[in-house]
Design a protein around this ligand. Structure first.
Ligand SMILES: Cc1cc2nc3c(=O)[nH]c(=O)nc-3n(C[C@H](O)[C@H](O)[C@H](O)COP(=O)(O)OP(=O)(O)OC[C@H]3O[C@@H](n4cnc5c(N)ncnc54)[C@H](O)[C@@H]3O)c2cc1C
Length: 379
């Protein structure tokens, strides 16, 4: 009934991608953080490798392959993960877009030539996405958008995926619609944050002042934007879990090498149980977390609802990843605290994704509702 193995092609892809991540991405990881430079060349390098690998066998390039990509790319450079995830995840993301919109945007996004920013969060609508205030008013053949999005990753985007209220009478998640808005549309302006982590990917504010888009820039059905993106979140939460686990697994590998090498009190650190046991515990929780993430992808691929399982891995896999990286940092002593090693950067990067795409309490609300029934908890 169960099969916990990757296919031979997936295994080969994983091995090749890991080698590439460690050879091409890891040496430049620090540079992106220090300079805030978007890693466009590195992302294209990952995409080229994956496209070459899967050419002629596209049907095998499933969501599990997106998961492997998240895990392995994060070993090299956390910032390169999201744009490198390939067609299976993009299908989930822009599935509801019209053929014309897909033809205009998807090839460039898949090639890494274009960047997309997802725009939901607002000053008054963070965890409570149903409180979105940005308006999209229909005027003839166009919609006119007004509002402010306060947390857009990929603020360098060529196109923004903006969620706005198209039904002015609605006040919750009903009545929201989504639009693809090109960056050069008059009325758009941006302001970047100085973030703690993920610094190679700019995040910040997107302002929309009388931004006009054609009516056919709408993605999906009028008023149905929220259920559409929620479906994407279910699976994206497993991808986020895998990228955090990948960063932690790489840190764990580096830490194992370090404690075997480093001698104190006349013996390698690895010979002390106080060092070996936290590493054994870290290996255990990461192994459990990564398989739970892959299980979510497996469920989605079979059409099995996975919102609760997605919520579980989102809060838990990201938490254990951050904890493992923190523990590994301590096991490196003062060197772990410097920017000469990538550990502190990984910790900063992973913490961001404990929040991004839904903070832990929101995931626990989803799980609790499934356990108690929604009448016991507020929306
Ligand atoms: C690295 C990063 C990338 C991001 N990228 C994007 C992006 O690309 N696009 C986008 O739109 N947004 C993005 N976000 C925003 C992110 O989705 C929101 O920050 C998140 O949904 C939480 O909203 P908030 O920050 O307003 O916090 P709040 O909603 O104010 O929550 C603050 C705290 O209160 C808790 N809380 C809230 N409500 C409840 C409740 N009912 N019960 C118990 N606890 C509760 C939360 O869990 C959280 O810990 C990103 C954030 C980060 C950090």
């Amino acid at each position: 009934m169960l099969d916990f193995s990757f296919t031979p092609a997936e295994e080969e892809f994983r091995a090749g991608l890991r080698a590439l991540a460690l050879r091409e991405l890891l040496p430049r990881y620090r540079e992106g953080d220090a300079s805030g430079t978007y890693p466009a060349a590195q992302i294209r390098c990952v995409i080229a490798f994956a496209d070459d690998f899967w050419r002629g066998r596209e049907a095998e390039r499933t969501l599990v392959v997106s998961g492997i990509t998240a895990e392995e790319v994060a070993r090299g450079d956390f910032s390169c993960v999201l744009p490198s995830l390939g067609p299976a995840l993009n299908r989930e993301f822009l599935d509801a877009a019209s053929p014309e919109l897909r033809a205009r945007w998807v090839p460039g996004l898949l090639a890494g030539d274009l960047v997309l920013g997802l725009c939901l969060t607002e000053a008054g609508a963070g965890s409570d996405m149903g409180a979105i205030q940005t308006r999209a008013e229909r005027r003839g053949d166009v919609y006119v958008l007004n509002g402010e999005k306060t947390s857009v990753s990929f603020l360098n985007a060529d196109v923004f995926y903006v969620f706005a209220r198209t039904d002015p009478a609605s006040s919750d998640w009903r009545g929201l619609s989504a639009f693809l808005v090109p960056r050069d549309t008059p009325g758009l302006s941006t302001e970047a944050y100085d973030d703690m982590g993920c610094r190679a990917v700019p995040r910040g504010i997107l302002r929309l002042a009388n931004v006009e888009v054609p009516a056919d820039a709408m993605v999906g059905t009028h008023g149905e934007g929220f259920p559409m993106i929620r479906r994407f979140f279910d699976v994206n939460r497993a991808i986020i879990g895998l990228k955090c686990v990948g960063a932690a697994l790489q840190t764990l590998d580096e830490t194992i090498a370090h404690v075997k090498e480093r001698v104190q009190f006349g013996a390698p650190l690895a010979s002390y149980q106080g060092v070996a046991f936290p590493i054994a515990e870290a290996a255990t929780v990461l192994e459990l977390a990564r398989w739970q993430c892959y299980r979510v992808l497996w469920m989605r691929a079979r059409g099995i609802p996975c919102a609760v399982e997605g919520a579980m891995v989102k809060w838990w896999a990201t938490k254990v990843a951050a904890e493992v990286i923190h523990q590994c940092l301590l096991l490196h002593g003062h060197r772990g605290y410097t920017k000469r090693l990538p550990i502190e950067q990984r910790l900063r990067d992973v913490i961001g994704w404990q929040i991004g795409d839904g903070a832990p309490q929101i995931q626990k609300l989803i799980i609790a509702r499934s356990l108690f029934g929604k009448d016991f908890l507020p929306r």
